[in-house]
Design a protein around this ligand. Structure first.
Ligand code: SAH
Length: 373
């Protein structure tokens, strides 16, 4: 009997038979391979896991988003039914906290049904457990397109960063796609495609203008399909999507693909399927794609600004009043981590994409602040 199969062995067989694969296909396999993919095989969250996200840091995050959903629903004219959709809900903490906060408005809960878009069976089970106590039971889908039609609010926290990216390297005035091949020593290695890109249409214009040899351009093909799904819904029904992620406000040359394992950065090619692979979100690319598809674009604004405007400080004070000394420290440090500009407050941003005529607070009335990165 040979050694047990692994994603590394599977990728090497694939490359041996069909040649080097694009980074997009590599990332797709690392995260989503049904047998060995990172999300398909584990619950990666928390101190014991590989990374921690805002809803896992503090309940305040999901609670404020729950209240945001109520206010947007009212702004829509209180439609019923409302599809409350979350893309990539992780362990389900955000949705559980959001629904608990929304209990303050029973009409909202009565109008709402819950739709979770999640491909990982392990995380679907974790979400079911977390949402056991909620008044309505969620329905799971593999993709946003499968959610029944109707007015919708869509939440995506740290979902876009997990959608695969393509990278291109500028050489002698042309762009060559970056691929993953196998070296003579039998290790996965980055190389560029032998022939250059024939059309530059897929690269952001700002990147095309300022480049020099050696520059890298990174794009995320999945954004277009996601935006089109949102736009299709917005043609017929009120729609608001809240996208929260780390990333930059302007498109610029550079690579941001990163691997994280046990809270440390690692080499993205070293342990396929064992590390979380993500790349920063290009909010300019997202906003431009949304605007081209006739969605209204609000923001992006830094996480510190939208959380403070939604009532982070007030909620923290309320929780502290009732808490023990030890819990008070946790509440304060969690709130600080979310909104401190040195921590998650500036690098993380929120953007709302809506159908026409919606003015989702606080995006509609907060001036864009912070630096331009
Ligand atoms: N929103 C959560 C989890 C972020 S991690 C939080 O903030 O804690 C990314 C999530 O997206 C995971 O639940 C992962 O399984 C899911 N995911 C990744 N790619 C996906 C895809 N293509 N379709 C559906 N879900 C996906």
């Amino acid at each position: 009997m040979g050694a047990p199969d692994t994603l590394l062995a599977k990728l090497k067989r694939r490359i041996a038979s069909a040649g080097a694969i694009t980074l997009e296909h590599y990332m797709e396999a690392c995260l989503g391979d049904p047998e060995f993919g990172y999300y398909a095989t584990r619950d990666p969250f928390g101190a014991q896991g590989d990374f921690i996200t805002a809803p896992e840091i503090s309940q305040i995050f999901g609670e404020l988003i729950g209240l945001w959903c109520v206010s947007v629903w009212r702004n829509m004219g209180a439609p019923s039914p409302l599809r409350l959709v979350e893309l990539g809900p992780g362990r389900g903490a955000l949705m559980a906290d959001a629904l608990r906060a929304a209990k303050l408005v029973p009409d909202f809960l009565q109008a709402t049904d819950i739709h979770l878009v999640e491909t990982s069976p392990i995380l679907r089970a974790a979400q079911a457990k977390h949402l056991q106590a909620t008044p309505m039971q969620p329905v799971w889908h593999d993709r946003l397109g499968d959610v029944p039609e109707g007015a919708a609010i869509v939440i995506a926290n740290e979902f876009l960063d997990a959608l695969p990216v393509r990278q291109f390297e500028r050489r002698d005035g042309a762009w060559f796609e970056r691929c993953v091949g196998v070296s003579d020593a039998g290790e996965l290695t980055l190389r560029t495609a032998p022939t250059p890109l024939e059309t530059l249409d897929i690269l952001p214009e700002s990147v095309r203008i300022v480049v020099k040899d050696g520059d890298i351009a990174e794009i995320r093909p999945g954004v277009e399909g996601l935006v089109q799904d949102l736009a299709r819904r917005a043609n017929h029904h009120p729609l608001a999507a809240l996208v929260i992620d780390y990333g930059h406000r302007k498109s610029a040359p550079g690579e941001t693909l990163q691997a994280v394992r046990a809270h440390e950065y690692s080499d993205p090619l070293a342990t396929p399927g064992e590390a979380d692979l993500t790349a920063h979100v290009d909010f300019a690319e997202l906003g431009d794609t949304a605007a081209k598809n006739n969605l209204r674009v609000h923001g992006p604004i830094p996480q510190a600004d939208y959380l403070n405007a939604l009532g982070l400080r007030e909620r923290r004070e309320r929780l502290m009043e009732k808490a023990s000394e030890k819990d008070r420290e946790l509440i304060a440090s969690g709130a600080k981590r979310l909104a401190d500009r040195e921590q998650m407050g500036e690098h993380f941003k929120g953007m709302a994409l809506t159908s026409e005529g919606l003015t989702p607070a606080p995006f509609a009335d907060i001036p864009v602040s912070g630096n331009n990165t």
